[in-house]
Design a protein. Structure first.
Length: 404
């Protein structure tokens, strides 16, 4: 295992206890991978950025040792988040600075990882997940695909706040069939009982196993595997926060046992035949970044101002998070009709947290059982590639609800 960032942790100790690792990582100077200083906010998990952060997309080459090794080659791409968080002290579970530690040092501190794979690292960024723009995700996705031209698999670490959106974006855009695993943690690296080390270790283990080839992007936290499509963050503090409502997890990791009990539809197709249509190399970053899609939530006597305001602000698409089976208020419905006349495309979803939305109509597409936030990702990508309603509707009927 040869991380491209030399680890000050690894050169002194071979195996770490949690207490020793906690004590030493607290002494590390936070890694500045952004163009501005991060401001610590008590009780939050994300640093506040005052200027545009720096993103590193240069894929490190395989080392000579890795080229001849019998072990698989895994690239870990760090983007920050709680998993790279530096806490105020060893018991500050909620007061910490996300995106502070270097991914190379984190990988270098893991015991026995060299038995799993030849691991290299890339510090793409070091921010909370909410800080990443669609332009950033464009760069991240292309970086993953470039890495998979030489590496056997990729692990991406992110913050958990918008991990389900980042995971689904990668799932819809990465063209390679090789495994892509996304992970993070609910507790910062430097507190007692952190889930960060175990999650990163198991993500590398899963990537190295190649068990999720052709699965698209797989989310792995708390020893549990989830398909990117349908997964959601269900709790703001618990380590078992990620769930796939109704359908459930793909499988579990228990020590050396990797158990997979179900698979996404694309895994059933011959390798190389299930590539997503959203090949980002065919559109510009600006095209994606300038496509505006918003979410409007319905509730008791909801006004139509959110929809009219989004339209006035230039939204090309709007996802409604409706009551029950996708219902919206009369005021919202009236504004939706006017917006459709102006060419805005709508997708209906439910705010209930689970269940399917059917139907549709002129200018309206059903979101099936996609959450509003994941439906937004699919609609945003669709509108970045075409303005044709029927084509977008077809993509929602295939990528949006991949039945088997």
């Amino acid at each position: 295992m040869k991380p491209n960032t030399k680890s000050n942790l690894h050169k002194h100790f071979a195996i770490w206890s949690t207490a020793a690792l906690t004590a030493l990582t607290l002494s590390i100077s936070p890694v500045a991978s952004t163009a501005s200083a991060a401001i610590v906010v008590q009780g939050t998990t994300s640093p506040v950025q005052s200027t545009a952060p720096v993103r590193n997309t240069t894929i490190p080459p395989l080392t000579e040792a890795a080229k001849t090794s019998e072990l698989p080659n895994v690239l870990v791409i760090g983007t920050g988040g709680t998993i790279a968080g530096q806490s105020t002290d060893e018991t500050s579970f909620t007061n910490y600075r996300a995106g502070s530690l270097a991914i190379g040092d984190m990988v270098g501190a893991l015991p026995n990882v060299n038995k799993l794979a030849e691991v290299n690292t890339l510090q793409f960024g070091n921010s909370g997940s909410s800080a990443y723009t669609m332009a950033d995700l464009y760069d991240l996705s292309l970086s993953v695909d470039t890495a998979l031209e030489t590496y056997d698999s990729v692990v991406v670490t992110t913050g958990t706040d918008t991990m389900e959106e980042i995971a689904y974006f990668l799932d819809l855009t990465v063209q390679s069939d090789k495994p892509v695993i996304i992970t993070g943690s609910m507790r910062p690296w430097t507190v007692i009982g952190s889930d960060a080390q175990a999650n990163l270790f198991n993500a590398i283990k899963l990537a190295a196993s190649k068990r999720t080839t052709s699965f698209g992007t797989v989310l792995m936290l708390n020893d549990t595997l989830h398909s990117a499509r349908g997964v959601t963050k269900a709790n703001d503090y618990r380590t078992d926060t990620f769930e796939t409502p109704v359908l459930g997890a793909l499988g579990y990791i228990d020590g050396d046992n990797i158990r997979i009990y179900r698979a996404p539809a694309r895994a059933m197709k011959p390798e190389g035949t299930a590539k997503p249509v959203f090949d980002l190399s065919k559109i510009s970053k600006g095209k994606l970044a300038n496509t505006k899609v918003e979410i409007a939530i319905s509730y008791q006597q909801a006004g139509g101002g959110a929809i009219s305001g989004f339209v006035e602000d230039g939204a090309k698409g709007i996802v409604t998070s409706g009551t029950g089976a996708g219902g919206i208020s009369s005021a919202m419905s009236a504004e939706r009709r006017e917006a459709i006349e102006d060419g805005v495309i709508f997708v209906t979803t439910t705010r209930t947290g689970s269940g399917s939305v059917y139907g549709g109509g002129e200018g309206i597409i059903s979101g099936d059982n996609l959450s509003a936030q994941q439906a937004r990702i699919l609609l945003l990508l669709s509108l970045s590639f075409t303005d044709d309603f029927d084509t977008i509707k077809t993509w929602f009927e295939t990528y949006g609800k991949p039945e088997v």
